[in-house]
Design a protein around this ligand. Structure first.
Ligand code: NAI
Length: 328
């Protein structure tokens, strides 16, 4: 358990309580990782974080603050690269009972975001004063790997369609390579409908007709932006879970960040991390408990009387959590 900082410890505690109420016995090893710690260690990932995750191969993680426009590299990005958590998987669904602009639209998609390269390689450089370049790294290896992972998942989950999102009309070499890899893998899965959309059009389509999407497959930067857009369709960042998957390791974390604007006030919505823990239970083979926790969360939303403020309610983090536990 990496509680993180900002609202991280609040939603982590809520999730630990909900998981305990499922009856699954989890022995938590709590590992400190905060923005302040990174500054104190001059940008180095603390060794105990890697040591713990390498040994247990499994993590549930809260957000960690990253300084904006300066300071050290995002520790989240460094961690994903270090453990080679190459696939970021983010299911986006309407929550039964939750009132949103799209409540009557059947939104049920899964975003697969490549997690280790692209503009997040962190290779930036000032060529001469006031002229900066940022390298976008796209490799065949990583593109094929994320495409294969997405197609494999789609087949296993009985889903039908994959849309690759790109900007290969402009970035012909880098996004062109990503797209070629997607096409090649798509040929191995003839039963899955394969489509491509340019990222600007995809953004518009997501807002106009989100129900047309099933599985979305994209490089790192578009995946980051499009996930927040998609979260906005289903009630906001408090609602969308995620998983960072590698060959050997899995770290489950919500899409949202440390939300400094509401941190420490006991009002954060723990749903996103709780749903991430549902994904973790599934990964562990605890299907029944995963299903029960999912249903308990849905029941609280359907009742609608103990929701947090970001989704139109009045409840605190702990009141919402108590309601989920009562349903369990
Ligand atoms: P953010 O996701 O923290 O917050 C955006 C907005 O959504 C804020 O108004 C916040 O109050 C709201 N929000 C987010 N999660 C919520 C929740 N669970 N319940 C209720 N409201 C919620 O994004 P922001 O402000 O751009 O980033 C803040 C910090 O988090 C930055 O330092 C950023 O680098 C970091 N970050 C870390 C991530 C991670 O650790 N995986 C992911 C994204 C951002």
């Amino acid at each position: 358990m990496v509680p993180g900082d900002g609202i991280g410890p609040e939603v982590a505690e809520a999730t630990v309580r909900a998981l305990a109420a499922t009856g699954v016995e989890i022995e938590w090893e709590r590992v400190e990782l905060t923005g302040e710690l990174i500054v104190a260690s001059h940008g180095e990932l603390p060794p105990w974080v890697i040591e713990s995750l390498e040994r247990t191969k499994l993590g549930l993680k809260g957000p960690v603050t990253t300084p904006i426009a300066g300071g050290y590299q995002s520790v989240n990005v460094v961690l994903r690269k270090r453990l080679d958590l190459f696939a970021n998987v983010r299911p986006v669904r309407n929550m039964p009972g939750l009132k949103t602009r799209y409540q009557d639209v059947p939104i049920d998609m899964v975003i697969f975001r490549e997690n280790t390269e692209d503009l997040y390689a962190g290779l930036e450089h000032e060529v001469v004063k006031d002229v900066v370049t940022s390298l976008k790294v796209i490799t065949r290896f990583a593109s094929e790997r994320i495409a294969r992972y997405a197609f494999h998942y789609t087949r296993a989950a009985g889903r039908r369609k994959i849309t690759a999102v790109h900007k290969a009309n402009i970035m012909k070499l880098s996004d062109g390579m990503f797209l070629r890899c997607c096409r090649e893998v798509a040929r191995e899965y003839p039963e899955i409908e394969y489509k491509e959309l340019i990222v600007d059009n995809a953004s518009m389509q997501l807002v106009m007709r989100p129900e047309q999407f099933d599985v979305l497959l994209m490089p790192n930067l578009y995946g980051d932006i499009v996930s927040d857009l998609a979260a906005g369709l289903v009630g906001g960042l408090g609602m969308v879970p995620g998983a960072n998957m590698g060959e050997k390791h899995a770290v489950f974390e919500a899409v949202h960040g440390s939300a400094p604007d509401i941190a420490g006030r006991g009002i954060a919505n723990p749903t996103a991390l709780m749903l991430s823990s549902v994904m973790m239970l599934e990964h562990l083979g605890e299907r029944a408990a995963a299903e029960r926790l999912q249903r308990a969360i849905e029941a609280v939303y359907t009742e609608g009387t103990r929701l947090t403020r970001d989704v139109g309610g009045q409840a605190s983090t702990s009141q919402f959590t108590d309601a989920v536990i009562a349903k369990l």
